[in-house]
Design a protein. Structure first.
Length: 75
């Protein structure tokens, strides 16, 4: 079984954005699930399934949790 890097989508900040890290590297800040996918793509980790909680550690909520920002995507 291949070893995956430790990907963490951190708990939402006050504005709803979430920091994304891989091992000890900060990839950036995501405002939506698509941003997480893009940050991983830019880090050549686009083969990772972001909704797979065995590979990606989602802190403070899962892939659908973007408090404070989700209202803007629904309008």
């Amino acid at each position: 079984m291949a070893e995956h890097p430790h990907v963490v989508v951190h708990a939402p900040a006050l504005d709803g954005s979430r920091r994304v890290t891989v091992d000890d590297d900060n990839l950036g800040v995501a405002s939506h699930l698509d941003d997480v996918v893009e940050l991983l793509r830019l880090a050549d980790l686009d083969r990772i399934e972001v909704e797979d909680e065995e590979i990606v550690e989602w802190q403070g909520g899962g892939p659908e949790d973007w408090p404070g920002l989700s209202e803007h995507h629904e309008e």
